[in-house]
Write a protein that binds this ligand. Structure first.
Ligand SMILES: [Zn+2]
Length: 295
């Protein structure tokens, strides 16, 4: 059976096989393929029961709004990025988890709403955080039911979606003119990925079903009538994901909690060692992109 690239429909080549090194939910082996034409990397087959690979501890669950607030502080940089392009209006976050960013957006004056696949997170957002949230794993279907927005945000979500291209089309339809899509995801051109390959924590098999090169997103969004406003791998989030990657690469080597802690320190040292390379634009572990809908 041909493994066709979902972006350019070229036959993809086997790339590597990986396991769930990050969470150890399963001992299964997952095959990843790479498109020789466009560079898209994807898992095949996508596990049918993908939801089963998200352990109960996947989302950090705040017991109160106060705890959410305290944890939201490190996501303020996301609001600053958005406010450079849009100061106010309707904002939709796709995949907010417990909603640290959505909550900050609401406090910054945006009319914030969300679409979230996890039922507990959705309940918290609706009932505790006061953010209108649709509980659905069908992002495209949910998008068809919502109004239009000035900002749509997807922080580390697109790599989880088996149908990213259709989702991006749905998003563009739901953006007002001059509205923006802000999107962050693991960068397959990252220095760390070239060094660590199948062991790269940002591969996160099998939950990350796709690693999308920046140039494909730019091409796709321009074809949908969007203009590039920002491409970076050195925003605060991107720099943080570099450290995360090294910490988890080393701590994933062992299941013992005490040893893990020590290995994380080794990871931090590696992060310092490679920081000069990883701080070069395009080499970081995660990119943040902003696209604006042309009038
Ligand atoms: Zn391709």
């Amino acid at each position: 059976m041909k493994k066709l690239c979902s972006y350019c429909h070229t036959e993809a080549k086997p790339y590597f096989r990986s396991r769930d090194y990050n969470r150890r939910v399963t001992q299964e082996i997952f095959a990843y393929y790479c498109c020789p034409n466009c560079g898209l990397i994807f898992i095949f087959p996508v596990p049918e029961d993908l939801g089963d690979y998200y352990p109960p501890t996947y989302h950090f669950a705040p017991e109160t709004l106060g705890i959410l607030k305290a944890n939201a502080a490190h996501e303020r940089y996301k609001i600053k990025i958005i406010q450079q392009y849009v100061k106010q209006g309707g904002l939709l976050e796709i995949g907010p988890s417990y909603g640290c960013f959505t909550y900050l957006a609401k406090n910054a004056g945006f009319e914030a709403e969300a679409i979230e696949m996890d039922a507990e997170c959705s309940k918290f957002l609706n009932e505790v955080a006061g953010i209108l949230t649709i509980n659905s794993s069908d992002v495209c279907g949910a998008l068809r039911t919502v109004k239009s927005y000035d900002v749509i945000a997807m922080w580390h979500v697109i790599e989880h979606l088996p149908n990213p291209w259709e989702t991006l089309e749905g998003i563009c339809e739901k953006l007002n003119y001059n509205g923006i899509l802000v999107l962050a995801a693991p960068n397959p051109d990252a220095f760390q990925f070239h060094i660590l390959g199948r062991y790269w924590p940002h591969l996160d098999a099998p939950r990350h079903v796709m690693l999308i090169p920046i140039k494909l997103l730019v091409e796709k969004m321009e074809a949908l009538g969007m203009r590039v406003e920002l491409i970076t791998t050195t925003d605060e989030g991107g720099l943080g994901w570099n450290i995360f990657g090294w910490e988890f690469f080393f701590s994933n080597m062992c299941a013992d909690l005490m040893v893990k802690k020590m290995l994380k320190i080794v990871g931090r040292a590696a992060a310092r060692l490679f920081s000069l390379i990883e701080k070069m634009e395009g080499k970081g572990s995660a990119y943040t992109l902003v696209f604006r809908k042309k009038v």
